[in-house]
Design a protein. Sequence first.
Length: 202
Amino acid sequence: MRIRPTSRRSMMTYTGRTIDPLHLKDTDVSIEDIAHSLSCICRFGGHSEEHYSVAEHSLYVEALLDYRGEPDSTKLWGLLHDASEAYLGDVPRPYKSRVYFDGSDGFSLAPLSPIADVELQVLGCVRDAFGLVWPIPLEVHRADVDVLEWELAAQMGIEVDVPTDVSLVVAAVRASKNLEHWYDVEKEFTFRFGDLMEDYSP
């Protein structure tokens, strides 16, 4: 029987860890928690045409980086670039962009708000837990945006120009992997992490 957290500042993870998400430690981070949580969290604030998880999105980003010939150090971040959402939740882009970018429409890696600070702190714990490179390679951000274009078309019904390699990669992953249910996505996410970590050397 698990013990209920006594502090309102604490939360319990899938594996039973009691953590303070605003003061996360690298020893709090678990790939099992990340894979499970991201497989259950829906992209687009739950407004997609079907359940489409953050974990499935991350699998496509990692696969696209692999297709583009990026090293394992970059592909690992492709898989884990949204890992902070396992502890902080997914913030929809319209709100996040205003908070992160201080009202501008440009892209910035610099933290400009308390929310951005916390997300970077959590990602720093993920980095330390798994020995990842830092900062997150720019190629990951580019792949993230490119996969978003496919998602806007496939999940939101928006007419956009999808990069050709993204369509090819997503089709290949869907044809070769069983991603029908959230637990299938969780299993594949965990497998890809283990496969990348097996020969990884920072």
